[in-house]
Every structure is written in structure tokens, then in C-alpha cells.
Ligand binder design. Structure first.
Ligand code: HEM
Ligand SMILES: *[C@@H]1O[C@H](CO)[C@@H](O)[C@H](O)[C@H]1NC(C)=O
Ligand SMILES: *[C@@H]1O[C@H](CO)[C@@H](O)[C@H](O)[C@H]1NC(C)=O
Length: 321
């Protein structure tokens, strides 16, 4: 009797957990298995060819997914161009002259629609898969991308300005911002490891190298001042991870421990606060970092997707149908 009761409790827990997960995300890694079995391999081959030509594009594609998800969920809103009724997110401060990779997404969309014979794969899903394939192409971990997101019919420059974290943020602002997107302190620290690849413009780190003298290695700051003068050179680039911006690895965290974070917001993660321990842990080896990064990317990718009859599958990622 007792064991039968136990069995029912377990069964209940299982059914409940299954329902709860599906009610939350409604996405599935197998979403296109029947409607377009070639979707994933097509995206992968375009990303691989692109990253082979220009390593940085892998970083830019990862960032695009982040900027999509942090503005009203992962719904492809970041891809929409301005029209009389669309206030493009591309013009928001964090994206203007900064977000890249839109042409690559267009190329992928064309290739995928051709492979499928019709437009069945959403632009939001393409961005999510391209981000994963980019990380893999640059030596990082892989994960199963949950799929089935639909595309928004709106965009919001205002929401982009309000919701994408700024490099001037302190630790508590970063934590609050991530909490607002359903992500915790660990997600913040591990997803910031995305800065193990790619570049930043002088305008985003100038204040950190000239004014944050209590929280930056002086030699590191001095070297950067050659790239980023006090005035002018706003678009001059420095690698976010000085150990190598084209390889996804733990150098980002070792930099932070040495007070060599490029952005103020990066160094805030290791500045005497309680995220220090986690930064130190990730700096020890890539196993924990890779595993946690993969899990947090899935979590970020599940942010408020449009599903079912919501939104649409765009034909052109830059335009509402
Ligand atoms: C924690 C808060 C974050 C802040 C304040 C932040 C801020 C920035 C800034 C200012 C840049 C430089 C942009 C430019 O100069 O044009 C940048 C680049 C980048 N960010 Fe973040 N970021 C954050 C989190 C993330 C996350 C969660 C990811 C991905 C998981 C990410 C991925 C990237 C990548 C890959 C680049 C380089 C892009 C390229 O080279 O084109 N960032 N970020
Ligand atoms: C972080 O910044 C916010 C907004 O500027 C400020 O209110 C808060 O006191 C700062 N927190 C710390 C710990 O410096
Ligand atoms: C350093 O901070 C001061 C005071 O906030 C500001 O006026 C100045 O422009 C900053 N310098 C740089 C190079 O960002």
C-alpha cells in the first residue's frame, strides 16, 4: 500500500513537472523536425562559412540574440527596420552603430526558406540558432536550442533603451536588470562570459579606463588609452577579452580577477561583491563555465517567446509581413 501511494506521488510529480515546463516555454528542440528537417544544418553551414571569413561576426551574432531576448522577449524584434509604424530597435543607444550581423541573418533566412521550400522558420529562431552555432564555431560549448518562437509584428526603441543593460551599470543595477528578465546572479555572471569574444568601442569603455582608477589595473588602463583617447576615436575597437577575442574560453574571468575587465560593468562582477566567488570559480577551468553557459543560454532563449497563433513567421526578417 505504502509503495503504491509513493508511486502515485511520483507519477503526479512527473505529470505536473512536464505540464509546468511546457506551459512555461512551449518550445522544443525538435520543432522543425517534420516541417523543415534541413533547417538546423542550413543555418549551421551559413554561420560556419561566415565565421571562417570574419571571426568577429560570431560575437556579433551572439550579442544579437541577447539584445533580441532582452526587449519584449526573443521575438526577432531587433531585426525590424524603421517604418512609419516601426520605431526600430536598431536606433536604440545600445544598438546604434554597434549591433551587427543583420546581413548574415538575411543570408541565413534566404538559405533556410529555400531549403524548406517555404518560410516556416522564424527569424527569432534563426537568431537563437545562429548564436549557438557561433559560440560552437569559436570553440565554445554546444546546447540544444529550444525552437518554435514566432516573430513580433512590432519593435520598440524605447524598450530597447530601457531594458538592455548599460556598461555604466553597477553590480546591483546589473542584478536587478537580469532579475527583470527572469535571470539570476549566476546567469548574469556566466552570460557575461559572452564577452570572452568580440570587441567594444572606445565610447563604451572610455570612462572606465580614465575614471575608474580604483578598479582597474593601471598598466592595462594605460595601454588602452593609446587606443581610446580622452577625446575622439569613439569607434576605435578593443577586444573585450584581451586573451583572445576570437576564442570562446575562460580568459574573460581571469582578466576580471586581475582587474583587467574592459567595461565598467564587467569589472563590477569582481569588485569585492558577492559575485567575486563565482568569477573566481569560472577562472579556474572551462568545464563549469561551459556547462553553466549552455544552461543559461537556454534559459535566456526561453524569455517570453511568442508561440501558437501569436506573431507571425516573417518572410523578410527586416519587415512585418
Ligand atoms: C551584463 C550586461 C552586459 C552589458 C552591460 C554589455 C555591454 C556590452 C557593450 C557595451 C559591448 C560593446 C558594444 C560596442 O562597442 O559596439 C558589448 C559587446 C558584446 N556583448 Fe555584451 N553586455 C552585457 C551582456 C552580454 C551578454 C549576456 C552577452 C551574450 C551572452 C553579451 C555578448 C556580447 C558580445 C559577444 C559582444 C561583442 C560584439 C561584437 O564584437 O560585435 N553581452 N556588450
Ligand atoms: C548603483 O547605482 C544606483 C543608481 O545609480 C545607485 O542608486 C546605487 O546606490 C548604486 N549601488 C551601489 C552599491 O553603488
Ligand atoms: C571622468 O569623470 C568626470 C566627472 O564625472 C567627467 O567630467 C569626465 O568627462 C570623465 N572623463 C572621461 C574621459 O570619461
Amino acid at each position: 500500500m505504502a509503495s503504491r501511494g509513493y508511486f502515485f506521488v511520483l507519477l503526479h510529480a512527473f505529470v505536473f513537472a512536464t505540464l509546468a515546463t511546457s506551459a512555461f516555454s512551449k518550445l522544443s528542440p525538435n520543432y522543425y523536425d517534420f516541417s523543415c528537417p534541413k533547417a538546423l544544418s542550413t543555418i549551421k553551414s551559413v554561420v560556419e562559412a561566415t565565421v571562417k571569413k570574419e571571426r568577429r561576426m560570431g560575437a556579433s551574432l551572439l550579442r544579437l540574440h541577447f539584445h533580441d531576448c532582452f526587449v519584449n522577449g526573443c521575438d526577432g524584434s531587433v531585426l525590424l527596420d524603421s517604418t512609419s509604424s516601426i520605431d526600430s530597435e536598431k536606433k536604440a543607444t545600445p544598438n546604434f552603430k554597434s549591433a551587427r550581423g543583420f546581413e548574415v541573418i538575411d543570408d541565413i533566412k534566404k538559405a533556410v526558406d529555400e531549403a524548406c521550400g517555404k518560410p516556416v522558420v522564424s527569424c527569432a529562431d534563426i537568431v537563437a540558432v545562429a548564436a549557438r552555432d557561433s559560440v560552437v564555431a569559436l570553440g565554445g560549448p554546444t546546447w540544444k536550442v529550444e525552437l518554435g518562437r514566432r516573430d513580433s509584428t512590432t519593435a520598440s526603441r524605447k524598450a530597447a533603451n530601457a531594458n538592455i543593460p548599460a556598461p555604466t551599470f553597477n553590480l546591483s543595477q546589473l542584478i536587478t536588470n537580469f532579475k527583470n528578465h527572469g535571470l539570476d546572479e549566476k546567469d548574469l555572471v556566466v552570460l557575461s562570459g559572452g564577452h570572452s569574444i568580440g570587441f567594444a568601442r572606445c565610447i563604451f569603455f572610455r570612462n572606465h579606463i580614465y575614471n575608474d582608477s580604483n578598479n582597474i589595473d593601471p598598466k592595462f588602463a594605460k595601454r588602452l588609452k593609446h587606443i581610446c583617447p580622452k577625446k575622439g576615436g569613439d569607434s576605435n575597437l578593443a577586444p573585450l577579452d584581451k586573451t583572445g577575442p576570437n576564442h570562446f574560453e575562460i580568459g574573460y574571468y581571469s582578466n576580471l580577477v586581475q582587474k583587467k575587465g574592459l567595461l565598467h560593468s564587467d569589472q563590477e562582477l569582481f569588485n569585492g561583491g558577492y559575485t567575486d566567488a563565482l568569477v573566481r570559480q569560472y577562472s579556474y577551468g572551462h568545464v563549469a563555465f561551459f556547462e553553466d553557459f549552455a544552461n543559461s543560454m537556454i534559459k535566456m532563449g526561453n524569455t517570453r517567446p511568442l508561440t501558437g497563433n501569436q506573431g507571425e513567421i516573417r518572410v523578410n526578417c527586416r519587415k512585418v509581413n
